[in-house]
Design a protein around this ligand. Structure first.
Ligand SMILES: Cc1cc2nc3c(=O)[nH]c(=O)nc-3n(C[C@H](O)[C@H](O)[C@H](O)COP(=O)(O)OP(=O)(O)OC[C@H]3O[C@@H](n4cnc5c(N)ncnc54)[C@H](O)[C@@H]3O)c2cc1C
Ligand SMILES: NC(=O)c1ccc[n+]([C@@H]2O[C@H](COP(=O)([O-])OP(=O)(O)OC[C@H]3O[C@@H](n4cnc5c(N)ncnc54)[C@H](OP(=O)(O)O)[C@@H]3O)[C@@H](O)[C@H]2O)c1
Length: 549
C-alpha cells in the first residue's frame, strides 16, 4: 500500500493533492520549482522565468461558490468573481487553514520520475529533484503530477506566411502582463480564447486601434446572468444537465443558439461560429461594448503578413501595425517522465478518466489537472485528487492496464480511420464528469434518496447550482459543514453585493422574479410527479399490491 507520495507542483491542483494525501493518511512531499504557492495564479511583473501566469487585470471566469475547495468555502464578503490577487489570497488561506506549507519544498524542480526496477511488485518511483543546483533523489510509493495544462506557449508562426518579414513587435500572451507600453499603437490580437478577448478589451482603452482576428469566432458569455445572478450558478444545475441529456442534440443546439443570440446577435458583431468549426465559448463582459464602440474590430484569420501589414482571408488589409500578440493558447508536456509514459500522457484518450495512464501495471501515478471542463478546473482537480489518493491506498480499484490499453488503442484507431470523432480535446460537461469521478469514490449525491431524507436539501441539490459541497455530503471525505454550505450558498453570493441597504425599499416585481427563478423547476417537478403518479396508478391497477412492495 502507498505511503509516501511525491506531488509535483504547488498550484491549485498540487495544493488539493497535498490535502487529499493528508486526508487519506498518506505522506505527501510537494516539489515546487518557483518560490511560492498558487502556480499560474501568482502574479509577477515579468515572465522571465518562462512560467505561464495570470496578467494583472485577470478576473476569474467561474464564480466563487462554483470554484472553491469543497470543504473550504470563500469568506462571505469575497466578490463573486474576483481579481487574480484575491483568488491567490484564497489559496493562501486554504494553505494556512490546513497547514500545508510544511509539506512544500520550494525552488525545487523535479528533473526525472522513473519506475524502480521492482516497479511491477512495488509500484514505486525514483524521483530526482534539483534545488538551487543541488541534486537529490528519493523513492516514492506514488506520484501526483500537478504541473498544469499551460506549460509552454503555443506560437504557431509557421501558419502565418510572411510573419518573419514583419518589422513590428511580436509576442505571445504568456509575456503579456499589462497594457503599459501599448499606448497609441495599432495592435493585432490573434486568437479568440478567453485571453484574446481579455487582452483586446484591455488594450482597447489605450491603444490607437485593436484588431482581433479569429478563425472560429466564439459564443460570448457574460459573468452576470439574468437577474444579475452569477452565470455559472444559473446554468450549472442538475435538472438542466438532466434535460440536456434527454433532449436531442439538434434541439439543444437550437435552444443554445437562440439564448446566446438573444442577448447579443453574434453575427452582427463578427463573433458567430464559422461553419464547420467546433463551437467554443468565452467569458467576456466588455468585448461586445468595445466592438459596438469601434475600439475593437473583429477580423477573419490572417492570410499573410508583410513588413508592416496583415492581409486577411476576406481580402482586407490592415496597414501600419505596430504589434502582433498571439493569444493562441498553450501546450503541455511532462519532460521529467520517461518514454513511453511521457508521450502516452500527452494523449488524453490514454488517460483513464483523464487521470491514470493506461500503460502502468500499477496505478501509482496520477495526472491531476489535465482537464478542460465547462466549469471550475479547481473543483475538478480536487475530486481527481480525492479519487487518486484512494486508488493509491487500494480503497478504489481501476480496471487492469491491458484492458485500458486495449480500449484506448481501439479508440485511437477508430479516430485515425475517421469512424469516431476525437472529442478528447473538447471541454467536458462539468456535472457529468464530476459525477463520474464522484461515483468512483462513493461521494456522488443520490438525489432520490435525498428527497426522501432531506427534501429541502434535495431541492437545492437538484434545482440549485451544483456547487462543490455536493460532493462532500456522503461517503469518504464527508464534511459535516456541506449541508449548511449548500443551504447558505446564496447568502454568500449576495453578501458582497449588499453594501447599500435601503431599509424601507419595496421589492418591485418580486412575484415575477420568483416565477422566473422557480417556474421551470416547479414545472419540471410537477411533470415528473404527474408521470410518476400515472405510472404508479397504472401499476396499482395492473398488479396486486404485494408485487409492488
Ligand atoms: C490566464 C489563465 C486564467 C485562468 N482562469 C481560470 C478561471 O478563472 N477559472 C478556472 O477555473 N480556471 C482558470 N484557468 C485554468 C487554470 O489552469 C486553473 O485554474 C488552475 O490554475 C490550474 O492549476 P494547476 O495547479 O493545475 O496548474 P498551475 O497553476 O500551472 O501550477 C503548476 C505548478 O507546477 C509547477 N511545476 C511545473 N513543472 C514543475 C517541475 N518539473 N518541478 C516542480 N514544479 C513544477 C509550476 O511551477 C506551477 O507552480 C486559467 C488559466 C489561465 C492560463
Ligand atoms: N479567468 C479568465 O477570464 C481567463 C482569462 C484568460 C484565460 N483563461 C483560461 O486560460 C486558458 C487558456 O486560454 P487562452 O485563451 O490563452 O487559450 P485557448 O483557450 O487555447 O485559446 C487560444 C485561441 O487561439 C486560437 N488559435 C489556436 N491555434 C491557432 C492557430 N494555429 N492559428 C490561429 N489561431 C489559433 C484559437 O482561436 P480562434 O479559433 O478564434 O482562432 C483558440 O481558441 C483557458 O483555460 C482559459 O479559460 C481564463
Amino acid at each position: 500500500m502507498a505511503r509516501r507520495v511525491a506531488v509535483i507542483g504547488a498550484g491549485v491542483s498540487g495544493l488539493s493533492s497535498i490535502k487529499c494525501c493528508l486526508d487519506e493518511d498518506l505522506e505527501p512531499t510537494c516539489f515546487e520549482r518557483s518560490n511560492d504557492i498558487g502556480g499560474l495564479w501568482k502574479f509577477t511583473e515579468t515572465s522571465k522565468d518562462g512560467m505561464t501566469r495570470v496578467y494583472r487585470s485577470l478576473v476569474t471566469n467561474v464564480c466563487k461558490e462554483m470554484s472553491c475547495y469543497s470543504d473550504f468555502p470563500f469568506q462571505e464578503d469575497y466578490p463573486n468573481y474576483m481579481n487574480q490577487g484575491k483568488f491567490w489570497d484564497y489559496l493562501q488561506e486554504f494553505v494556512e487553514h490546513f497547514d500545508l506549507l510544511k509539506y512544500i519544498r520550494f525552488r525545487t524542480t523535479v528533473c526525472s520520475v522513473t519506475k524502480r526496477p521492482d516497479f511491477s511488485e512495488t509500484g514505486q518511483w525514483d524521483v530526482v529533484t534539483e534545488t538551487e543546483g543541488k541534486r537529490d533523489r528519493g523513492v516514492f510509493d506514488a506520484v501526483m503530477v500537478c504541473t498544469g495544462h499551460f506549460l509552454n506557449p503555443h506560437l504557431p508562426l509557421e501558419s502565418f506566411p510572411g510573419i518573419h518579414k514583419f518589422k513590428g513587435q511580436i509576442l505571445h500572451s504568456q509575456e503579456y502582463k499589462s497594457p503599459e507600453g501599448f499606448q497609441g499603437k495599432r495592435v493585432l490580437v490573434i486568437g479568440l480564447g478567453n485571453t484574446g478577448g481579455d487582452v483586446a478589451v484591455e488594450l482597447s482603452r489605450t491603444a490607437a486601434q485593436v484588431l482581433l482576428s479569429t478563425r472560429t469566432g466564439a459564443w460570448v458569455i457574460h459573468r452576470c446572468s439574468n437577474g444579475g445572478y452569477p452565470y455559472n450558478m444559473v446554468i450549472t444545475r442538475r435538472y438542466l444537465n438532466f434535460m440536456a441529456q434527454v433532449l436531442p442534440s439538434c434541439v439543444l443546439n437550437w435552444i443554445q443558439e437562440r439564448q446566446m443570440n438573444k442577448r447579443l446577435n453574434h453575427e452582427n458583431y463578427g463573433l458567430s461560429i464559422t461553419k464547420g468549426r467546433k463551437p467554443k465559448f468565452i467569458v467576456n463582459d466588455e468585448l461586445p461594448i468595445c466592438i459596438l464602440c469601434g475600439t475593437v474590430t473583429m477580423k477573419t484569420s490572417v492570410k499573410e503578413f508583410t513588413e508592416t501589414s496583415a492581409v486577411f482571408e476576406d481580402g482586407t488589409v490592415e496597414e501600419n501595425l505596430d504589434v502582433v500578440i498571439f493569444t493562441t493558447g498553450y501546450t503541455f508536456s511532462f519532460p521529467f517522465l520517461e518514454e513511453p509514459l511521457k508521450s502516452l500522457c500527452t494523449k488524453k484518450i490514454f488517460l483513464y478518466k483523464q487521470v491514470f495512464p493506461s500503460n502502468l501495471e500499477r496505478a501509482t501515478l496520477a495526472i491531476i489537472g489535465l482537464i478542460s471542463l465547462k466549469g471550475s478546473i479547481l473543483s475538478g482537480t480536487e475530486l481527481q485528487a480525492r479519487w487518486a489518493t484512494r486508488v493509491f491506498k487500494g480503497l478504489c480499484k481501476i480496471p487492469p492496464s491491458p484492458k485500458l490499453m486495449a480500449e484506448a488503442t481501439k479508440k485511437e484507431q477508430l479516430i485515425e480511420r475517421g469512424v469516431m470523432k476525437d472529442i478528447s480535446k473538447d471541454k467536458l460537461e462539468y456535472i457529468t464528469y464530476m459525477d463520474d469521478i464522484a461515483a468512483c469514490i462513493g461521494t456522488k449525491p443520490s438525489v432520490p434518496f435525498l428527497f426522501l431524507k432531506d427534501p429541502r436539501l434535495a431541492w437545492e441539490v437538484f434545482f440549485g447550482p451544483c456547487t462543490p459541497y455536493q460532493y462532500r455530503l456522503k461517503g469518504p471525505g464527508k464534511w459535516d459543514g456541506a449541508r449548511n454550505a449548500i443551504l447558505t450558498q446564496w447568502d454568500r453570493t449576495l453578501k458582497p453585493l449588499k453594501t447599500r441597504i435601503i431599509p424601507d425599499s419595496t421589492k418591485p416585481g418580486s412575484m415575477s422574479h420568483y416565477l422566473k427563478v422557480w417556474g421551470v423547476p416547479i414545472l419540471l417537478a410537477s411533470l415528473l410527479l404527474i408521470c410518476k403518479s400515472s405510472l404508479f396508478l397504472k401499476l396499482v391497477q395492473e398488479f396486486p399490491l404485494t408485487s409492488i412492495w
